[in-house]
Design a protein. Structure first.
Lengths: 185, 312
């Protein structure tokens, strides 16, 4: 009985040693996220080029974090309204995502399309999302994740006054592109 | 617990070490969860200064200037109106007896420097100003706790001041303001503005040519688009030739898209700094002649559609 227990612990220990091997973590500090709002009165788009993301290829976990005021607009007034009137960036400065890539085979032989299941947090409101992504292994050190998805502004309690409803789409299209390099602590 | 220790003691030292290592190793399985990765990312944010956005939304709190500047390439078209009645008059005017209107253009030369010029119908005052943001309040509680903007205007009064002959330059007046504001919370911003006003001609000898005033202003945001604002100007050495009162305003600011509407209840009929700060001849109450209803409409147009740059 005791022997079995020891073997069990040994086995678990070995597993953990695998996980504890040199960290298989990749990071990007210049990730790109852009959003598009197509509404009848006007189209609004903005891009954030300073998105942080980390990818752990041993556990297939992924995390994304960005500052809401990092979005750049065509009009500076839109930047102010976005942060002040809609996202309330003073109160909720960051948006984050934490998730896991399903069925990711490392090393990647070729381009793979995979599903990321995870939780998107905007304005401290958490929502489970499934995001389709294309993963490419550009060279030995670089992974690229690309994709797009949609979010509903209702899900994150973003209030739009009735007079502005024709100006802001109910669902916002989001595009992302992350280029990961090995993470050195 | 004791049972476990017995179990461990049962094995030789090497075995015990192995067990120990295995148990430590178990802890590693939990590392690399998405939550921990997020914590890693929190450490990775570059240490770029984060400045407060929009201490106030408009370039004016209500009647007086705020610390806010327009960003580079933005043109504001400003239309301001003040309405009041003549006391004890049996007039049949529509809505109000008197109207003062000011039309102005304000342009963001850089993100920190704004130039503006306008004209008002009452006394035919033409004014122009430069506004430069000296210090920006930082959101991350480092650096200076206030936003400071230097305001300088010059105004020309086309209506005669005295009965004598006047030079063009005699009709000039200058206002210098050091606008200092702090955004205390996302909703509450307060401003204090030491003000120096110089007039080239006094109405009477005993009037001071240079006057000091101090402005107090505040805004409270009700939601993303609506705010309540108030302002008061205290003059340290008022005019001697006639009684003047501090300009006061209580108003609502409402913002939709690129249109900012500011409504105010006030006692100031003029809209140019030197005139309304030191020459408001009526106190604030709801009597005819004293009560002034005002509305400012500001339309912002981005002349250069250049994308904003990332902060470095």
């Amino acid at each position: 009985m005791n022997k079995i227990l020891v073997f069990l612990l040994l086995f678990l220990g070995l597993c953990s040693f695998e996980a504890a091997e040199p960290p298989e973590q990749y990071i990007t500090r210049q990730g790109q996220i852009s959003f598009f709002s197509y509404a009848s009165a006007e189209n609004i788009d903005a891009q954030n080029n300073q998105v942080l993301s980390i990818l752990d290829v041993s556990t297939n976990q992924i995390a994304v974090s960005m500052l809401m005021n990092g979005f750049r607009f065509k009009k500076s007034l839109m930047h102010m309204h976005f942060n002040e009137s809609y996202m309330e960036s003073d109160l909720y400065p960051k948006a984050t995502f934490e998730g896991r890539i399903s069925d990711l085979d490392i090393p990647l032989a070729s381009e793979q399309t995979r599903l990321i299941k995870g939780v998107l947090t905007i304005r401290d409101i958490k929502k489970e999302v499934d995001i389709k992504t294309v993963i490419t292994h550009v060279d030995t050190d670089t992974y690229v994740l690309e994709g797009n998805f949609e979010v509903s502004i209702k899900d994150f309690d973003i209030k739009v006054p009735p007079v502005l409803e024709p100006n802001i789409a109910k669902t916002i299209a989001i595009k992302f592109r992350f280029e990961y390099q090995p993470y050195e602590k | 617990m004791i049972k476990n220790r017995n179990l461990i003691n049962h094995y030789p030292y090497k075995m015990r070490m192995l067990l120990f290592v295995c148990i430590i190793g178990l802890g590693n399985i939990t590392s690399g969860t998405a939550q921990e990765l997020l914590n890693v990312l929190d450490q990775e944010y570059p240490d770029t200064p984060q400045y407060e956005l929009a201490t106030f939304k408009g370039s004016r709190i209500s009647i007086g200037h705020s610390v806010e500047n327009r960003r580079k390439g933005v043109l504001d078209i400003v239309h301001m109106q003040r309405y009041w009645n003549i006391p004890n008059a049996t007039t049949q005017n529509f809505i109000a007896d008197k109207l003062n209107a000011r039309v102005a253009l304000e342009y963001g030369i850089t993100d920190r420097l704004t130039f503006g010029a306008g004209g008002s119908t009452l006394d035919g005052i033409f004014d122009s100003f430069l506004k430069y943001q000296l210090v920006r309040q930082r959101r991350d509680h480092k650096g200076f706790p206030l936003s400071i903007t230097l305001f300088q205007n010059g105004s020309y009064k086309s209506k005669r001041i005295t009965k004598g002959t006047e030079d063009w330059s005699d009709r000039l007046a200058f206002t210098t303001q050091l606008l200092m504001a702090r955004k205390f919370s996302p909703n509450l911003s307060l401003q204090i503005a030491p003000t120096l006003i110089h007039r080239n001609t006094q109405l009477l000898e005993q009037d001071p040519q240079t006057q000091f005033a101090i402005g107090f202003g505040g805004r409270y945001k009700l939601d993303g688009h609506v705010a309540i604002v108030s302002e008061y100007y205290y003059v340290a050495n008022p005019l001697e030739s006639r009684t003047t009162y501090g300009a006061f305003a209580l108003g609502v600011n409402w913002e939709v898209k690129n249109l900012l509407l500011q409504f105010q209840l006030t006692n100031a009929r003029n809209m140019v700094e030197d005139a309304f700060i030191t020459q408001t001849i009526n106190n604030f109450n709801f009597e005819d002649g004293n009560f002034v209803f005002g509305a400012n409409a500001t339309v912002s147009i981005q002349l250069f559609n250049k994308k904003q740059k990332d902060t470095k």
